[in-house]
Ligand binder design. Structure first.
Ligand SMILES: C[S@@+](CC[C@H](N)C(=O)[O-])C[C@H]1O[C@@H](n2cnc3c(N)ncnc32)[C@H](O)[C@@H]1O
Length: 218
């Protein structure tokens, strides 16, 4: 039986040491082509202005900008330390003109309704302190016809998959954080139940061996 969720943090990822380790881990995944940008593009999120919630060091959204044309991005993160790293990485990509990072929380977005062509996020759902309101906020700021893409780890992954992730997570100082993230993650069934309590309509929740995904069009 799957153990209950154990909340990891409601403050986001903070502190210079931790965010630098996280940046090294994500940079390595980016270099191996193991981040979810291709899935986002496969979900037909390829145009206009997108919002990324919890961009952390920013690679997912920066790769999205790099692989799409005439797109722009806003990134919303509750961690000022992560925002500093994301801004530095945007500069390194030469994409600062197309992205703006804002310090705010997904459950109270500083945007008018129907502003974005798409909202996407990876790996932050399990940290949201108010997931119901965050999902409702996503729906509010999406244009009609806009797309949503949410991916994260799943808590009920098979233990061999967890072991595989553990040995492939580098630098190894970040490995304890992997386990606390898995323990805080939702199962696909839990996410499905959560979605039913929100304003989201016509969204599909699916699972794979490592994680879960929510996709839909407003
Ligand atoms: C585990 S990191 C994932 C970073 C990145 N998306 C990735 O795929 O590597 C989670 C990020 O979400 C941010 N975060 C957590 N709760 C948030 C919230 N309520 N609103 C906005 N950002 C949040 C954290 O500060 C952190 O940068």
């Amino acid at each position: 039986m799957t153990r209950p969720r154990v909340i990891e943090t409601d403050q986001g990822i903070q502190g210079e040491f931790t965010v630098n380790l996280y940046d090294q881990m994500q940079r390595r995944l980016r270099d191996k082509g193991w981040i979810e940008t291709k899935d986002i593009i496969k979900s037909r999120i390829t145009k206009g202005l997108a919002l990324e919630i919890g961009p952390g060091p920013g690679y997912l959204g920066l790769e999205w900008l790099k692989n799409t044309q005439e797109t722009t991005l806003k990134g919303l993160d509750i961690s000022p330390d992560m925002i500093s790293i994301a801004e530095r990485n945007a500069e390194e990509y030469g994409l600062s003109e197309r992205v703006e990072y804002l310090h705010s929380s997904g459950d109270r977005m500083p945007f008018e309704g129907e502003k974005f062509d798409a909202v996407f996020t990876n790996g932050s759902l399990h940290e949201w302190s108010d997931p119901k309101n965050t999902l409702n906020e996503i729906w509010r700021v999406l244009k009609k016809g806009g797309s949503v893409f949410i991916s994260d780890l799943r808590r009920d992954m098979f233990f061999l998959i967890k072991w595989f992730l553990w040995i492939n997570t580098k630098p190894k100082e970040i490995r304890p954080g992997l386990i606390t993230s898995i323990n805080a993650a939702y199962t696909p069934d839990e996410l499905q139940k959560l979605v039913k309590e929100t304003k989201l309509e016509n969204c599909l929740v699916s699972g794979n061996p490592i994680g879960l995904k929510l996709t839909g069009v407003k």
